[in-house]
Structure formats: structure tokens, C-alpha cells
Design a protein around this ligand. Sequence first.
Ligand code: CP
Ligand code: NVA
Length: 307
Amino acid sequence: MKHFLTLKDFSKNEILEIIDLAKKLKAETNAKIFKDYLPNQTLGMIFAKSSTRTRVSFETGIYQLGGVGLFLSSNDIQLGRGEPIKDTSRVISRMVDMIMIRNDSQSELEEFSKYSKVPVINALTDKYHPMQLLADYLTICEAGLDKNLIAAYVGDGNNMTHSWLMLAAKLGFELRVATPIGYEVDNEILNEAKEIATQNGGKIIITNDPKEAVKNATVVTTDTWVSMGQEDEKEIRIKAFQGYMVDDSMMNTAQNDAIFLHCLPAYRGYEVSEEVFESHSDTIFNEAENRLHVQKAVMVWLDSHRD
Ligand code: CP
Ligand code: NVA
């Protein structure tokens, strides 16, 4: 049985297989063909943090596959009152067929998965957000930019950045990451990604200069400067990130047909200008929709890889 905790655990072929499945499921959904790939299955959906896209896409996704989603806010279950994660896992995984979790800590997610009898999916932790990167890559493929891909990430070295590092490492494309001093990516993850990238022909460039990162890029992306749980640091972060907003002058240095991606929610006037956001909104909202299709693919894929 496989869990989906990070892209690190998947080979290039497996990632591309999931992307191909997502393309097929998207075409079926668009044609209003809904097949019961997961009949009568229940997806437990544990949320310790807010969500719009992840909740709606997983709940709709499992329903479209013939199953049902069970929304479990950690405030409403005993987990929020201190029931150990390993007990929560052993209880819930005896009753449902698959579980997705959004929580603070990657190590708690790993602990949960160790005790689970069913596949567990990472729906965002402090370290990674792999479902978002699958949606981003599907969007890149649909824009015809998956060949000779040069991606530039400008902003905070956070869970999104770490997942970009793993995607670039596994698929072997060029990724430039520009963060302000003091907000760099996790060193351990960077070193792992660099090692994997060497095996797959990928190239990872780390800089503190957004211009250097974006020049001639084919995909430009960013994320909020203030992730969930960092609200107390908002003022100091906004000061530290001055000069890192993706605006027209920055986008203009990318290749002519470059796209701009954002996992959302977006904060205009901070990590992205209103103009850049709105002029790329078709791509950004396609990217958001693609969460539905890739997550359906992940659920079907994990179901077919049970023992
Ligand atoms: N991008 C993303 O994961 O959005 P939500 O926080 O709304 O789920
Ligand atoms: N880095 C952001 C991503 C939100 C989807 C956060 O963790 O809040």
C-alpha cells in the first residue's frame, strides 16, 4: 500500500502516470462522464487548518468517483482535545477507505500514516503541498510548456517551494528559487532535491535576486508571504519581502509566452500585482480547477496500488 506524503516517494514515471490519469479523468468530467472508480468508498478529510480549494476538490472528487467525503475539522474531533495521532489513525482507518490530512506537521502526518490501514494523502503540511504541485504541473502541460521547462519561484521558502524543489528534482527540469535572506528553503530538503535532480537531469538554482530567477523563465510562480500559522509575523515579513512582488516589470523579463501560476489564496499588492494576477487569471483558475482532476487521479491511483 502506498501513501502520498511527498513527491519524494514517487518516481518520475509514477508522477507522469498520475498526470496522464488526471488528463483522462478531466476529459471524462468535461464530457459529463462520471464512472464509479471508487464505488461506496469513504474519504476521511481531516483539516487542522483552513481551506477552500482542498476541501471542495477532495469532497467533490470522491463524490464524482462514486464515493463520499467525510469532513473532519480537527476542532470537532477528539484529536483537537489531545487524543494521540496514532490512536486517531487506528480508529479512523478502520472505518474509511482513504484519508487526506491537512495539518501543521509533516512528522505528525508521517506518524499518522504509519498507523493507518488505508492510504493517507498529504493535503498540506508545514513542509510540503504535493497535491498543489500536481495541479500546477497539469496546468503547465495544458499550456504546452512541459518541454524545456524553466520555472521561477519568487517569494517565501515554504511548503510550496519545497514541493517545487521535489517536482523539479523528480521530473528533471530547471527551477530557480529567489527568496529574501532569512526566508530561504529548508537546507535538508534542498540537498535532497539537488541530489535527486542530478540523477534526473534537473537543475536547481538558489538566489536572493528575483530578477536573476525570472529572466527567460517559461513559468513564474509565487505564494503568500504569510502562510497559515505565521499571522503574528505578518508585519516583519511584509518588510522583508519588499522587492519580491511579481509585477509587470518582473514578468516582462520572462519568456514572451510565460505563464504565471499561483496556488491561491493570492494577496494582491504583496506577492503579486493586481495586473499580473488578472492578466493570468484564466491560467490561475484553471490551475485551481486542476486540483479536482489530479486529486481524483491520486485517489484512483492509490486505490489500485493497495496490497
Ligand atoms: N491552494 C490551496 O491549497 O488552497 P486552500 O488552502 O483553499 O485549500
Ligand atoms: N504556503 C501557504 C499555502 C496555502 C495553500 C500556506 O501554507 O498557508
